[in-house]
Design a protein around this ligand. Sequence first.
Ligand code: FPP
Length: 260
Amino acid sequence: MSEAPSASNAKSGSNAAAFDASRPAPRHVAIIMDGNGRWAAGRGMPRVEGHRRGVEALRRTIRAAADIGIKVLTIFSFSSENWSRPAAEVGELMGLLRRFIRNDLAELHKSGVRVRVIGEREGLADDIGRLLIEAEELTKANQGLTLVVAFNYGARQEIARAARRIAEAVAEGRLEAAAITPDTVSSYLDAPDLPDPDLIIRTSGEQRLSNFLLWQSAYSELVFLPVHWPDFDRAALEAAIGEYHGRERRFGGLVAKTGS
Ligand code: FPP
């Protein structure tokens, strides 16, 4: 079982620069919270313990992100493909979401966090559907960090949902097929008002997007950290932002727009 380095040793690439708090933070950071199972297995613990410790890492990360000045934090908490895991693990992940909302919503609200949810609601247990709505409704006027929970989320599914709604609009005469642009597609996604992610972080050393924000990530900077998610902390987040600040963003043009 491979052991990942600790978060304090989480620098990942040749462009890694020291975190500089005086530079503007990336506006939108999205995280693939990977490695819970390996973290647990490496310690002889059941996988669920890795997920539980993952929730603690999530709490630390929300606090750090707000403090650093990130405006939008998107977390991949349950993918459309995660249903294929053993029923017991799926049940544990659903239970963790329930407990996270029940235990943490008041505190998130007090801290000014606005909760948004992306993903397919159909097929979720009724009480989970209600909790997601409650979290969004309670916090909808908050002006602090926007926490986007990607739950039962898959990017291809999201794009297919958008395509379906676009087709309906064309069929009903509300939209001209010839007028469909990339901006039109963006406007039919699950959270069309949010900016695309500037930075996508994946923990645990895997280097792929795994059906996460495929449309929105066209010009995102990707940072892969060797740390497993339960060990993620502010130092790891700052290491990823330091690497982001060292990147040149050209958006297909010639003029570098250094990571803001
Ligand atoms: C990937 O680790 C992580 C997940 C599939 C779930 C992420 C969930 C949490 C961090 C906790 C739940 C949070 C909320 C808000 C409900 P993995 O199990 O794929 O790890 P492995 O690749 O090492 O097996």
